[in-house]
Design a protein. Structure first.
Length: 305
């Protein structure tokens, strides 16, 4: 893999680390299977790109994109809580609706913002080429968001949200408004995904209505790979593991696509994604028999019969 491809994989991995954090919040913290992210990712790109092309400030455009993502998450939560639609189906409905909404926002299937001022523009006079500037910027933003998320999950409100996902009935018995926690968690989750979409569009110079295809799989891969590598011993390790897992996943995809021995090309991206996610899902289960064997040996002083 060339240096350009390696740094590109790190850059995309860090941006999608934000997606991983959003998926972690919905799937792991709230126990809410959410496919809205396939729509909120291009939503962030569409909103920020449209505002930037219209002459708006890039940072304001990014903030509005985050709010749009939060609104998408609230819609999914409302369909589930207010109208009693199954959470998976509610998220699919929102995701489908967002495809048309994104087309409406951009006015066309794709939007070029390559020559527009973006969030990177103020830093382009520092002497760094975009090859290094983009991964550094993505890393700083993702690290700040990850640390803020850790701080939030350690607060009283964050603990209430974690209780809501772990045991809603017990949480309600303790006086926690589980509906409010679900609304808040879904809003934050999709806001993070929309932020990732906005950054991706500005770093790559375009927004596309099909940009979110497979986003949920990438987010799940980041969470699963992070858990396999870093573990879940603490909230900080769990959250940072999502970011690290996203980067490792993108590097693995890049190595697979750039390997001449495998004979893969860019059109095989979805195949590589599916295989890597399947391996990530299989490996944790494959370790369990070994752990059982070791646990039995430690308990009895000999190998279990």
């Amino acid at each position: 893999m060339s240096l350009v491809a390696f740094l590109g994989a790190i850059e995309i991995g860090l941006v999608f680390g934000l997606v991983g954090l959003g998926v972690f919040l919905s799937f792991r913290v709230l126990n809410f299977p959410d496919l809205t992210v396939d729509g909120s990712f291009p939503l962030g790109a569409a909103v920020s790109g449209t505002i930037i092309v219209a002459g708006g400030n890039a940072y304001l455009a990014t903030a509005i994109a985050i709010l749009a993502g939060c609104l998408a998450g609230l819609v999914t939560a409302a369909l589930n809580l207010r109208f009693r639609i199954l959470h998976l189906l509610a998220s699919i409905l929102t995701m489908i609706a967002l495809y048309s909404i994104n087309l409406r926002i951009m006015g066309k299937p794709n939007l070029a913002i390559l020559n527009e001022a973006t969030v990177l523009t103020p830093f382009q006079g520092l002497g760094l080429s975009n090859l290094y500037l983009r991964p550094i910027y993505a890393g700083v933003v993702t690290l700040i968001v990850a640390l803020l998320l850790v701080r939030f999950l350690a607060s009283d409100m964050g603990l209430a949200m974690r209780a809501t996902g772990a045991n809603p009935r017990m949480a309600r018995a303790q006086g926690i408004d589980t509906a409010a926690m679900t609304y808040l968690g879904m809003a934050i989750s999709n806001g993070l995904v929309a932020l990732a979409g906005a950054l991706f569009a500005q770093m790559n110079g375009f927004a596309d209505v099909a940009l979110g295809t497979g986003t949920i799989v990438v987010g799940l891969a980041a969470v699963i790979v992070g858990e396999a590598i870093i573990g879940t011993r603490s909230v900080m390790l769990w959250v940072l593991g999502c970011v690290i897992g996203s980067v490792v996943y993108r590097i693995a995809v890049g190595l697979a696509l750039n390997s001449s021995a495998l004979g893969l090309n860019a059109s095989d991206l979805n195949l590589v994604t599916a295989v890597l996610v399947a391996i990530a899902l299989i490996l944790p289960g494959a370790r369990n028999p070994l752990r059982t064997l070791l646990a039995g040996r430690n308990a009895t002083g000999k190998s279990p019969s």
